[in-house]
Design a binder for this molecule. Sequence first.
Ligand SMILES: *[C@@H]1O[C@H](CO)[C@@H](O)[C@H](O)[C@H]1NC(C)=O
Ligand SMILES: *[C@@H]1O[C@H](CO)[C@@H](O)[C@H](O)[C@H]1NC(C)=O
Ligand SMILES: *[C@@H]1O[C@H](CO)[C@@H](O)[C@H](O)[C@H]1NC(C)=O
Ligand SMILES: *[C@@H]1O[C@H](CO)[C@@H](O)[C@H](O)[C@H]1NC(C)=O
Ligand SMILES: *[C@@H]1O[C@H](CO)[C@@H](O)[C@H](O)[C@H]1NC(C)=O
Length: 329
Amino acid sequence: MACWVSVLSLACMGSLLRCIQASPCPLLPVPNNVTENPCSSPSVEAMPVYPKEAQRASIKIKNTPSFLLPLFLAHGTFQELDLSNNELRSLPKTLFHDHPEMDTLDLTNNLLEDLPPEIFKNSNALRKLVLHRNRLATLQPSWFDSLQRLDALDLSNNLLKDVPPSCFSKLENLTYLDLSFNFLHTLTPQMLQGLPRLEKLKLKGNQLLSVTNGTFQGAPNLKFLFLQNNTLTSLPAELFKPLNHLEMLDVSNNKLNSLEPHFSSQATKLSLDLSSNPWTCDKNMSALVTWVKQSVVFLCAEPQTTCDSPKNLEGQVVTSLLPSTFDSC
Ligand SMILES: *[C@@H]1O[C@H](CO)[C@@H](O)[C@H](O)[C@H]1NC(C)=O
Ligand SMILES: *[C@@H]1O[C@H](CO)[C@@H](O)[C@H](O)[C@H]1NC(C)=O
Ligand SMILES: *[C@@H]1O[C@H](CO)[C@@H](O)[C@H](O)[C@H]1NC(C)=O
Ligand SMILES: *[C@@H]1O[C@H](CO)[C@@H](O)[C@H](O)[C@H]1NC(C)=O
Ligand SMILES: *[C@@H]1O[C@H](CO)[C@@H](O)[C@H](O)[C@H]1NC(C)=O
């Protein structure tokens, strides 16, 4: 059970200490696996949750201004710290410096616009960092310098327009990166440099107009890639080619009219969501459909994957068209 602390009572310090010293607060057992049909499975997108550990202590601190946080954290050690929903606008520079044991930090739903450059200097044990729903407009690469153990990083629902070059390049153990619902308009190879273990990358609900060829070279182990709800009009032909382990690509709700089927031949468990795009049903689409049918590719939301042009094929499900139909247009 989480430990709730209010600054207004003196008793709170006592209850905080009891929480730290006595009863470890267990994590919720959310499944972190992949079900048969990744298209509709929420668990594919879900963040990793770590197994409950014997002496795990968890602190949840509520209604606390940031200047009082060091007081609360001064006693005891803890693996998990939940500072969500606190209206925090800033964090003291050294807040976590005496807590190298911390492995999970949740800062969801605060008002953070920035973080001190060395905030995580001693956080070498950190495995999960959640900054969901804040107001971060830029990322500082120095935040991530010491986080070689970090496994999951959630930066969704912030105000990010950009990712600085090599920002994540120290995150050698990162498997999960969520950048959904920001304001990114382009992706380049520099942004994803040095992510050898990355498996899930979520970029939905940004304003992506373009993705440079080679962007995913720095993350060759990507399995799940979510690019839906952006404004992509086209993608480089060989963009996904380096992804030998790709299992799920979601480009639904974009403005794509063409996609070339240049995927790695080693990606043998692939599911694609191409729905809600204005596809041009020409020879390129014919090649894509033929490839989908011949290989073991699973097409999600097939009824919503329709032609937008030419006019005589508008609204037709792309897979219902025989290659001969395409040839005639
Ligand atoms: C995923 O986890 C759930 C809950 O732990 C379990 O019931 C289900 O069988 C698992 N599925 C797979 C494919 O492992
Ligand atoms: C990265 O993860 C692997 C496998 O979980 C582990 O053996 C290794 O020690 C980790 N690296 C760091 C720097 O923690
Ligand atoms: C695209 O990038 C890949 C490496 O990811 C490279 O092999 C290929 O030549 C590039 N294609 C073009 C047209 O630049
Ligand atoms: C994506 O866009 C579609 C159509 O605009 C909308 O119905 C859907 O709710 C959006 N999904 C997300 C996750 O924003
Ligand atoms: C197929 O796609 C390529 C690259 O996107 C484009 O150059 C070409 O014109 C397309 N072919 C047709 C028949 O539209």
